[in-house]
Every structure is written in C-alpha cells, then in structure tokens.
Design a protein. Structure first.
Length: 154
C-alpha cells in the first residue's frame, strides 16, 4: 500500500529541515556575537545627575551603582533628606539609561532570537516562548513600577 500523502510528507520534511537549519544558523550567529556583547556589557557605564545638580550616580550595564559623586558644596546647598532624594533620583535616571544601553548592546542577540523559529512552529500546540518572555518582562516592569521605596509608586 502506498502512502496517500507522500507530497505532504515531503513538503513537511523540507519545511522542518529549513526551520532546523535556520535555528542552527541563528544559534551560530548568536554564539559568534556573544563574546563581543559580554565584553561591551562588562565595560558599559551610565551616569546621570540629579535635577539640582548636587549628585551624579554611575551604574553598570545592569543598573548597579558603581560610583556616586557629590558636588563640593552639596552639604551646604541642601539638607540630608533632599540630598538622599537627589541620590535616588540620579540613581534611577542612570539605571534607566543603563537599561536602554543594555538593550542596544544585546540587540544583535535578541534581534536574531526573534527571527528564529519558536516551539509552536516545530511542535503545533506548544507554548510560545516569546509570549512567555513578554509576560515575564511585563511582570518585572510592573513590579519595579510598584517598588515600595519609590515615592508615589503605589
């Protein structure tokens, strides 16, 4: 007995091969890009000043504070509560800049990942990893927006 759908099977097989080859090519490109991306992330620094220009904060690519600078007369220009607010303000600005820069630096990897086939293309009915990643990212942003240490975040 012959297969009633030989053309469909051959076409499906070719499409799966195309998808797998695309995945492998994309992974090869990501692997080639990764050392440069890691190096740029390690060296990346972002700085921001407070509105009152009393504080400058520098952060790494992940928003971790690596330096804080106060102007010489910072203690004469303001009181401790305002100075603390200025430090927080500058740190948040620097972290926001770092987040944008990190996205730019990782774009070669994240952009190529978006072009790769996702699980539903390989296994019908499987979870879409991009949707899961978007949900996790949205939840993380929502959580940071509700940071209890952030004024007016509730």
């Amino acid at each position: 007995m012959t297969d009633p759908f030989p053309d469909d099977l051959a076409a499906t097989n070719l499409e799966l091969k195309r998808i797998v080859n695309s995945l492998l090519d994309g992974l090869d490109q990501q692997q080639a890009d990764l050392p440069g991306v890691c190096d740029r992330l390690a060296r990346s620094r972002s700085s921001a000043w407070s509105d009152d220009r009393t504080v400058e904060v520098t952060v790494d690519a992940y928003g971790i504070v690596v330096g804080t600078r106060l102007v010489d007369n910072a203690f004469q220009k303001t009181n401790p509560d305002r100075l603390a607010g200025s430090i927080t303000e500058a740190a948040r600005r620097a972290a926001a800049t770092a987040q944008r820069r990190r996205a730019e630096i990782t774009a070669p990897i994240t952009d190529s990942a978006r072009l790769l086939a996702d699980l539903p293309e390989l296994v019908p009915g499987a979870a879409d990893l991009r949707e899961i990643q978007d949900v996790i990212g949205a939840a993380a942003r929502t959580r940071s927006d509700r940071d209890p240490d952030r004024p007016n975040s509730r």
